[in-house]
Structure formats: structure tokens, C-alpha cells
Design a protein around this ligand. Structure first.
Ligand SMILES: C[S@@+](CC[C@H](N)C(=O)[O-])C[C@H]1O[C@@H](n2cnc3c(N)ncnc32)[C@H](O)[C@@H]1O
Length: 227
């Protein structure tokens, strides 16, 4: 199977619609990641890798599983998937996907395919994937609830939805700092003060487990089951 990036309507036919949003939030995200793409791996690679490893373990992958990775960025998770699985990975940033394409090409991964797509309007049919995984995405997107609803929609009943992300701390001092820092961190590509519980509740997701990951343990690994 060739390794490729292509626009999703090539693959999913006439039902697929170009749904990229053009709001200010998305434009800011696009600008930030276009600038970050050359240095992303250096800044956010090794420092967040133990969280990625723990998250892929929570996917509990079995041979033949089809995984959707949402917000794949430069492809830092690519090496973590067994070649016995199929992985469809999407991101809305062309410069980030270009890095992912190069990485996947260099390593010769034929089980991973990449699409440029918006996470808030996935063009896959309902119940398409065994596992849906969002690494360090949810606090980046302009509409986290819409993205989580889309992730749940495309996951098959009984499938797993795994999220690794920084959320607002329960510690009141840290929480205040995060709130104060958030207007600045958006320029680094994420909001520092997103509340986990209301976002999950509004998306209709109930966590099976929530674990702390990375060092310091400021990131949450959330595993949900689709009923
Ligand atoms: C912090 S990076 C995470 C990259 C990678 N998952 C990792 O483990 O490092 C966030 C990624 O989400 C992407 N992104 C932001 N908003 C998006 C959206 N609405 N749809 C798809 N991708 C989006 C960005 O382009 C960026 O590549």
C-alpha cells in the first residue's frame, strides 16, 4: 500500500465535503502550527513521549484493529503502533502533516495513512474505527466538545477513545496560574486552562480511567469506552 497524504474526498467519495472551518480560532491554530512545525519535535517530542507511550498502551491494540489518530501532527506516535494494526491519522495543518509524511516515508510504515482533515467535522462514517486516539489535541482545537463528539461518533460501539492532554489542575494555586497563562499559551498552540469534566460530560463521554502522565505529572490520560 502506498504511503500518502491526500484530501479525504478522494477516499470517501461524494458524501465527503470540504468542511475546514475558517473561524479566527482555526486561523490562529493554523498559523501557530505552521510556525511550530520545523521545531515541534525538538520542543514537544521527548518531553511528552512517555505520555504517548502510556496512551498507546491504553488503546489495548489487537492485530487487525483500525485506529484513528486525531491531530497526528508530525507523526510522533507513528513508531508506537504495531504493524499488525491499520492506522488512519488526520490533522488540519499541512506543514505538520508534511513532517509526518516524511517520517512515515523514512521509516517505511505501510500501515499508516495520513489525511488533511478537520477534527470537528470528520468525514468518516459512524462506527468506522476500533480505537480513536487524540494525543495532545483537545486543548488545541477551537471546539473541544465538537471534536470529542466526532471522535465518539466514528468509534464503534465497544471501542475505546483515548485522550492524552493537559487539563486545568484541581490544585487551586496551579489552576489560577493556568488560567492566567492561558491567553499566552494559545500562542504556543494550546489553552492551559481547559476543564476536563464539563468537556467530557458535554460530549457524552464517561471515563473508564484517568491517570497522570509525563514529568511533572501535569497531563491526563483519559480512557473512555463507547457504549
Ligand atoms: C500539540 S500538536 C499534537 C501533535 C501530536 N499528536 C503529538 O503527539 O505531538 C496539536 C496538533 O493538532 C492539530 N490540530 C489543531 N486543531 C485541529 C483540528 N481542528 N483538526 C485537526 N487537527 C487539528 C494541529 O495542527 C497540531 O498538529
Amino acid at each position: 500500500m502506498p504511503i500518502f497524504i491526500r484530501h479525504y474526498d478522494d477516499q470517501f467519495g461524494s458524501d465527503a465535503r470540504a468542511t475546514a472551518r475558517s473561524g479566527d480560532g482555526d486561523a490562529l491554530v493554523d498559523r501557530v502550527y505552521a510556525h511550530l512545525s520545523p521545531i515541534y519535535d525538538l520542543v514537544f517530542g521527548p518531553v511528552l513521549q512517555s505520555g504517548r507511550i502510556a496512551a498507546v498502551a491504553r488503546l489495548a491494540l489487537e492485530p487487525g484493529h483500525h485506529v484513528l489518530e486525531v491531530g497526528a501532527g508530525t507523526g510522533l506516535n507513528a513508531a508506537l503502533y504495531p504493524t499488525s494494526c491499520r492506522v488512519t491519522a488526520i490533522d488540519r495543518s499541512a506543514p505538520m502533516l508534511e513532517k509526518a509524511r516524511a517520517r512515515i516515508g523514512r521509516r517505511g510504515y505501510r500501515h499508516i495513512r495520513l489525511f488533511e482533515m478537520d477534527a470537528a467535522s470528520l468525514t468518516f462514517p459512524d462506527d468506522s474505527f476500533d480505537r480513536v486516539y487524540a494525543p495532545y489535541l483537545v486543548s488545541v482545537v477551537t471546539d473541544p466538545v465538537a471534536v470529542l463528539r466526532e471522535m465518539a461518533r466514528v468509534c464503534r460501539p465497544g471501542g475505546r477513545i483515548v485522550i492524552v492532554n493537559h487539563f486545568r489542575s484541581a490544585n487551586p494555586i496551579l489552576s489560577r496560574l493556568e488560567r492566567a497563562a492561558s491567553p499566552l499559551t494559545v500562542h504556543l498552540g494550546f489553552k492551559a486552562d481547559l476543564d476536563l469534566s464539563p468537556v467530557l460530560a458535554r460530549a457524552g463521554l464517561k471515563p473508564l480511567s484517568i491517570e497522570k502522565v509525563n514529568y511533572p505529572r501535569l497531563w491526563s490520560l483519559v480512557t473512555c469506552l463507547k457504549n
